[in-house]
Design a protein around this ligand. Structure first.
Ligand SMILES: [Zn+2]
Length: 62
């Protein structure tokens, strides 16, 4: 059985577990849109999204 991909409402990272790996938050959502992969935390897109670490993020979390 495939685990459901969820997004942390706190830091917008993806997880398939019951809590976020990064910030340990359990405030997760299965309602998300868009996916952005940040490879350079000093890029314009990272600044716009307030992201300070490389990784995979959701653009919108419901
Ligand atoms: Zn998180």
């Amino acid at each position: 059985m495939a685990k459901r991909l969820q997004v942390c409402r706190n830091c917008k990272r993806f997880t398939t577990e019951k809590s976020c790996h990064t910030c340990k938050s359990t405030n997760l959502s299965t309602s998300w849109k868009g996916l952005v992969i940040i490879t350079d935390e000093s890029s314009e897109i990272a600044k716009t999204l307030n992201i300070t670490e490389k990784g995979k993020y959701a653009l919108y979390v419901g």
